[in-house]
Design a binder for this molecule. Structure first.
Ligand SMILES: C[S@@+](CC[C@H](N)C(=O)[O-])C[C@H]1O[C@@H](n2cnc3c(N)ncnc32)[C@H](O)[C@@H]1O
Length: 329
């Protein structure tokens, strides 16, 4: 007999059943359960054991609108508890998306995800009362920010098991079933769900081998009139320009297509979105992406040509990221 290691999402499912997402809950539950049966996650039993050892503490404050999502104060716990928490947090390396402040321990993640949020938060309109999907949400940092911005329900999905488990550390203390992260991928989502008011796809399009299929899938998940927030890598250029790296891009093996902004706008139009708006394009800097004590391996600095940081180490244009908004008609 094999033991199945699994998280308990009962409260979240109960909450989701009270929302527009109710018709999706049964299929979400079965795809989530099958993910936990996946033999790829050899570290899962250890992660679940570590998750279970986080001490029970009531945070005296929660701030989802701070740059570092903040749970509790340093004075809520004693030094021994803090040491225990820090050593447990270190079992969830690498910490890529954040930052978080957990009872005074500042988790200085590889990415300052707050800077991305700052670039888009004023442009996206109100999330008040909205049902939101964050595709490829990592640790769920932006999911908490979306909740802080007033969303009624936020569901994050990310098939890399470590990240939904990182999310559960904060959920243990925040205890808000209206925010959830499931270890499932976009391909596990049913077609034509048409239930979300807003969908965020950030840092994912360039990882997709079929970018048009990705955009069409996102559209099928949106309600009519729903808004897509699309953030991805771009190159400089005119409509029609696309970089398709012959091998790695900035050491990433899974980057397939990097369009120019006009090409990306044309892709959105071609896949049937309207109200297409360009929000922002910036070169990624080492202020935003860098190695830290919480992610000690290579980061942007090592991904760029040391003699010419305007290029990646493979000789492609250095990472530049854009944000577009678009609506489902
Ligand atoms: C570059 S990170 C972006 C994280 C976050 N959205 C952000 O913008 O900071 C890409 C994330 O997409 C996830 N991912 C990869 N394939 C995916 C898929 N098929 N469906 C959903 N997420 C996926 C990865 O595990 C990773 O956490």
């Amino acid at each position: 007999m094999s033991i199945i290691f699994m998280l308990n999402y009962t409260q979240t499912y109960e909450f989701l059943k009270t929302t527009e997402l109710s018709p999706w809950v049964n299929s979400l539950q079965s795809v989530t359960e099958s993910t936990f049966h996946d033999k790829r996650w050899g570290d899962l039993p250890g992660w679940l054991e570590a998750l279970g050892q986080f001490p029970d503490v009531n945070p005296s404050c929660i701030d989802l609108n701070a740059s570092a999502v903040t749970i509790g104060k340093a004075s809520d716990i004693d030094d021994a508890t803090r040491k225990k928490m820090e050593s447990l947090l270190k079992q969830f390396f690498p910490w890529r998306k954040g930052p978080f402040d957990l009872f005074g321990t500042y988790i200085d993640t590889e990415w300052r995800s707050d800077l991305k949020w700052d670039r888009l938060k004023d442009a996206i309109g109100s999330l008040e009362g909205k049902v939101v999907l964050d595709v490829g949400c990592g640790s769920g940092y932006h999911c908490w920010r979306m909740k802080g911005a007033g969303a009624k329900a936020v569901v994050g999905i990310d098939p890399t098991m470590l990240y939904p488990l990182q999310f559960e550390i904060f959920q243990k203390y925040i205890q808000d079933p209206s925010v959830s992260v499931f270890p499932v991928g976009i391909d596990d989502m049913p077609d034509d769900l048409g239930l979300f008011d807003a969908i965020f796809s950030m840092g994912l399009l360039y990882h997709r081998r079929a970018p048009f299929d990705h955009l069409l899938k996102l559209k099928s998940l949106l309600k009519e009139g729903g808004q897509l927030v699309l953030e991805t890598l771009v190159i400089d250029g005119v409509e029609g320009d696309v970089l398709s790296p012959s091998g790695r891009y900035a050491k990433m093996p899974n980057v397939w297509f990097i369009p120019s902004c006009p090409t990306l706008a044309a892709w959105l139009k071609r896949t049937g979105f309207n109200q297409i708006r360009h929000i922002d394009t910036i070169l990624t800097t080492s202020q935003e992406q860098r190695a830290t004590a919480w992610m000690e391996s290579h980061s942007l600095e090592q991904f760029l040509d040391p003699n010419d940081p305007s290029q990646t180490c493979e000789g492609y244009p250095a990472p530049k990221r854009t944000i577009f908004l678009a609506c489902k008609p």
